[in-house]
Design a protein around this ligand. Structure first.
Ligand code: PYR
Length: 389
């Protein structure tokens, strides 16, 4: 019989045991994936889930970690800070993962990453591009190149397409850490390129009506509009810019880097320029394999968010393999392994779908190549990112 007192006693005994004795690493080896499976941020998160799952399937088919498979443990962060904190806490204390790939947004990372850092659990940010992410702590690294490396490329490409651009409008989501970070880089780059920033307009990621901002932009007669926001807000903003008569070029930031945004702005997405940290045509063997597998399953080119999530899982697995050579992962104490894994991943070199990569001393990604794409819509829902030279 299940007596309540007996249950309480065994719980107390269990917690004493786990406090007093070392916790071993589970088999299969648990790796946490804390991304947005719900909320507007799931426009990115769903692609991350696909990328991570492909990595799990693929890497396990190739022997996992010295013959031991990995097992991804998913916790939905939703789109806010509380969701990310909750997901991180569950992965760290309940699911006993060796490391975490997540969260989806920089805005969430600034709240959730310090929890993992204090618990000495390595984190690989799959899509956190704001300035300052790896500097959150010694256990925080990322496989998503920062806005400083990416954003300027889109502006330079816009000038290549239209060298006459002089006057620009800048819009950004003021309640989002990535968007405020990215707009800073866009605005600095615009000044460096001798462009006149005629107006800077703010919005919220939760906004749906952009009439005020669009009216201000139209009043300035600009040749280029630069947007830093997330997918839903930026998509609606683009749609309203076009509907109200803006005809010039549009540069979007990393928040527009997902085909999930196409149904939001529909045919109005056409022509938007977006810099990328990934190209499906990247020539490495690792990417050819990944892109082929993705395309076979989803009938389209893999997007950046999927490639980055895949890469996050792969970096953990490659680093675990090195440690497994020293001592089988199953024989490690979990806390010791998390510390060793963080050290190992920072010194490793990786052949990934993003190309060859490593990390700098802060844990920021060192990546070889970046790209710029322009959105080409086929109809009101479907389109592609066409990579520009
Ligand atoms: C970020 O939140 O950092 C993104 O790039 C979306």
């Amino acid at each position: 019989m299940n007596h309540p007192l007996k249950n309480t006693l065994s719980l107390m005994l269990l917690s004493t045991l786990s406090l007093g004795s070392a916790q071993k690493v589970a088999s299969p080896i648990p790796i946490g994936i804390a991304v947005a499976q719900t909320s507007n941020a799931s426009l990115f998160g769903q692609e991350q889930v696909i990328g991570a799952r492909l990595a799990e399937k693929f890497l396990n088919a190739r022997g996992g970690v010295g013959g031991t498979p990995i097992k991804l443990v998913f916790q939905d962060t939703s789109g806010d800070e509380a969701g990310a904190i909750n997901a991180f806490q569950n992965l760290i204390s309940k699911d006993n993962v060796v490391g975490i790939v997540g969260p989806t947004l920089s805005q969430q990372a600034f709240s959730a990453d310090p929890i993992a850092d204090r618990a000495k659990v390595p984190v690989l940010g799959p899509s956190n591009t704001a300035k300052g992410i790896p500097q959150i702590g010694a256990y925080i690294s990322r496989v998503s190149a920062p806005v400083t490396a990416i954003a300027p490329n889109a502006l330079k490409q816009a000038l290549k397409i239209n060298p006459k651009i002089k006057k620009v409008a800048v819009l950004y989501a003021q309640n989002d850490a990535f968007s405020t970070s990215e707009t800073g880089i866009f605005q600095q780059t615009a000044k460096d390129l001798d462009l006149n920033v005629a107006t800077v307009q703010k919005f919220q990621t939760t906004d749906n009506d952009f009439t005020t901002q669009v009216t201000a932009v139209l009043g300035e007669n600009v040749d280029l509009v630069i947007i830093s926001g997330l997918a839903n807000d930026s998509g609606n903003l683009i749609k309203q810019l076009r509907q109200l008569g803006y005809k010039g070029l549009i540069v979007g930031g990393n928040g527009l880097n997902s085909s999930s945004m196409f149904p939001i702005c529909g045919q109005y997405c056409d022509g938007v320029i977006v810099a990328q940290a990934y190209s499906p045509t990247q020539s490495s063997a690792a990417n050819q394999l990944f892109a082929r597998e993705y395309k076979a399953q989803y009938k389209k080119d893999p997007p950046q968010f999927a490639a980055q999530a895949y890469t996050g899982v792969q970096v953990f697995v490659d680093a675990l393999k090195v440690l497994d050579h020293k001592k089988k992962i199953a024989d490690w104490d979990l806390s010791d392994l998390r510390i060793a894994l963080n050290k190992q991943l920072l010194i490793g070199k990786y052949k990934t779908p993003l190309g060859d990569l490593s990390f700098d001393k802060d844990g920021d990604i060192v990546q070889q190549a970046f790209y710029v794409a322009q959105i080409k819509m086929k109809d009101t829902k479907n389109g592609t990112f066409v990579f520009l030279k």
